[in-house]
Design a protein. Structure first.
Length: 658
């Protein structure tokens, strides 16, 4: 009794293990969220990744298996000749007309890019058709039942070699068992011995199929678990790597900080004298920079206040009622000259800003070089005469060869700055201007007998705000920007500039520009040609200007040429007036106005009057202002102080477009 209990207990224990094994498989399917029948992951992205990996890992084994199966399936046809002669022809059709071409076609198709999409279906079909062929041969050739039974058993094990997934193997496996049972009942006598063998073997086939499917189910489940765990592991590893990277970065950062602090401490201890020396040098540079700054501010004050003194002084003198017309004209010329001098100082600062921002544009035209140089000579001749300096001009350019294609404004700025520089550093003696043509270049030189430049400062003479000797009294004159601007302009015009100097004996500045002849059809402007004209179209002008003086100026210079003038004092008033008065066909728009600035006012106006011609006018004139005005919708732009001829040119340009 005791032994029976032990025996029964052992059997119960074995059965429990089997059920526990199946239960574990079922629980594993639940654990990783997959279908218990198809084994598909519930997450479509994970399922897609698994199928891609499964296909990639199975492809080589699949092809090798197919080659092996094709070879064996075909090679066993030799047995058909020897042991199944009466069925040879039908077996030949199965092997070589049906199965072999099917298997070979699928094998070839495995090298095609779309094979991945259909491979499990194709393998199921191959599995079923090849198995059906074996079943047919089993039933027909009764004398060799054991041999063909062994073949069928090997084929059942093919689940694991041709890489069929569980669901793809389940359907053809069940169909083959059903087909086998139907076949033995249809084609054999129930009382035949051979039938008994077929029936007895059937139980073995069914068992083998079930065991194979269970094994296949478990294998695929394990593969999916492994895949799922590997993906989780990769994700965790990535997270850990990211954490490690962050930790490493922090460690590196902290280590770097510690190293920097240690280095600083070591440097402070071991290089104290060197640091002290650097501090002394830095102090000297700071003092020099402070001197440059002071000199620059002093010079700016001098360059602005001096012409302002001329403007205010001679403006007061103009109020004297006993002045003659000649005296008034003389005072007006002095006021204009002083205004131009002050404007040049402001323009120097603006030009440097534009050069730094890369906003300087080159506008080339035919220029009469002789005329420009002579004009500059005449302009500065009075100043040099008053200083007792001999001022000479040597011009080797014939009149017929005095025209060159270049930027007139930049050329005048270059010549003016060099003459000013020579006058500034020459107390006595002479200044000589030379112009001529050297091969394919225009050459200009200005030689003075001034203080000269120390040899160690020649290389820095074109640096901004830096003069040859900042401790010298002459350093107080000029902004220190002229030579820097001059060098920039010469380079923009594809020229070269340089200086030769000897301390105490004077300097010679020179520059060359490419000589570009005027075109045959080009006609230079006549000396006295007036580009302004009375407008030949009726203009109703609106001037948006909050400054009374500026408005009066516009009114005086334009009231004789336009039909009527309307004034607004802020952007909002301008917008409202133009909405209600469509007869206005030209607007002078001040940019800096209260309530609503000129940019925003223009944007609003252009929405309901897109055709209205608007000329922006502003005292800012900084880099980018013109671009902002055009982007806001303005048709043109002019900066203050207003050049009357330039303004009339812009209005004429508008008229020419009408």
């Amino acid at each position: 009794m005791h032994s029976r209990k032990n025996c029964n207990g052992a059997k119960t224990k074995d059965m429990t293990k089997k059920y526990s094994f199946l239960k574990n498989i079922y629980n594993d399917a639940n654990l990783i969220s997959i279908s218990k029948i198809t084994l598909n992951f519930s997450d479509k992205n994970i399922e897609k990744k698994f199928r891609n990996e499964y296909f990639k890992n199975s492809l080589l084994a699949l092809r090798i298996s197919f080659i092996t199966v094709i070879f064996l399936y075909s090679a066993f046809g030799y047995l058909d000749i020897t042991i199944a002669k009466e069925f040879y022809k039908s077996f030949f059709v199965i092997r070589y007309i049906v199965v072999f071409p099917l298997l070979f076609s699928v094998f070839v198709f495995s090298f095609y890019k779309h094979f991945k999409k259909y491979w499990q279906v194709l393998l199921s079909i191959c599995f079923f058709i090849a198995g059906a062929g074996i079943i047919y041969m089993l039933i027909k050739n009764q004398d060799n039942i054991y041999y063909y039974g062994g073949m069928f058993l090997i084929f059942m094990a093919g689940y694991f070699f041709i890489k069929l997934r569980f669901i793809a193997a389940l359907i053809p496996g069940i169909l083959l068992v059903i087909l086998y049972n139907i076949g033995i009942f249809l084609f054999h006598d129930l009382y035949d011995n051979q039938f008994e063998y077929l029936v007895s073997i059937n139980a073995f086939y069914i068992s083998a199929n079930i065991i194979s499917l269970i094994a296949l189910y478990n294998i695929e489940l394990l593969e999916r678990k492994d895949f799922y765990q590997r993906n989780l592991l990769i994700e965790r590893q990535n997270e850990i790597s990211l954490i490690n990277e962050n930790l490493e970065a922090k460690v590196i950062e902290r280590t770097k900080l510690l190293d920097e602090r240690n280095t600083k401490l070591i440097d402070e201890i071991s290089n104290r004298k060197e640091i002290e020396q650097e501090l002394i040098i830095a102090k000297e540079k700071a003092e020099e920079s402070d001197q440059l700054k002071s000199a620059f501010l002093t010079n700016m004050s001098h360059e602005i206040r001096t012409p302002m003194n001329g403007i205010f002084g001679f403006t007061d003198l103009l109020s004297n009622p006993i002045l003659s017309g000649k005296e008034k004209q003389k005072y007006i010329n002095i006021i204009k000259k002083s205004g131009n001098r002050m404007l040049n100082t402001v323009n120097d600062i603006i030009d440097v800003s534009k050069i730094d921002a890369g906003q300087v544009e080159i506008a080339k035209s035919i220029v009469n070089i002789n005329k420009e140089i002579e004009t500059q000579y005449d302009f500065f001749n009075g100043e040099t005469s008053a200083m007792g300096i001999e001022f000479n001009l040597i011009n080797e350019l014939p009149k017929q060869e005095s025209f060159i294609l270049t930027d007139k404004v930049k050329l005048n700025s270059i010549i003016t700055n060099l003459i000013k520089n020579a006058i500034k550093y020459t107390d006595k003696g002479s200044i000589e201007i030379y112009s001529g043509k050297k091969e394919a270049m225009f050459e200009f030189k200005i030689k003075d007998t001034g203080i000269g430049i120390p040899e160690d400062r020649i290389e820095s003479i074109f640096n901004r705000f830096e003069q040859a000797d900042i401790t010298d009294a002459h350093a107080r004159q000029g902004s220190g920007l002229g030579l820097s601007i001059t060098e920039a302009y010469v380079k923009m015009l594809d020229g070269n500039i340089g200086v030769q100097s000897e301390l105490g004996k004077g300097s010679t500045f020179y520059f060359t520009l490419p000589w570009i002849e005027k075109q045959e059809k080009s006609v230079p402007l006549k000396d006295n040609q007036d580009i302004s004209k009375v407008f030949d179209k009726q203009i109703n002008l609106l001037i948006a200007e909050d400054d009374n003086t500026s408005f009066e100026f516009f009114k005086i210079i334009l009231e004789r040429d336009v039909n009527k003038i309307i004034r607004t004092t802020n952007g909002e008033e301008t917008v409202n007036y133009l909405k209600n008065n469509t007869d206005i066909n030209l607007v002078l728009m001040d940019i800096n106005m209260p309530v609503l600035n000129g940019f925003e006012a223009t944007k609003q106006i252009k929405k309901f009057r897109p055709e209205l011609y608007i000329i922006a006018q502003t005292a800012y004139a900084l880099v980018g202002d013109e671009e902002k005005a055009l982007q806001a919708g303005c048709n043109d732009y002019i900066s203050k102080p207003i050049n009357v001829e330039e303004l009339k040119q812009k209005i004429n340009k508008y008229l020419s477009k009408e």
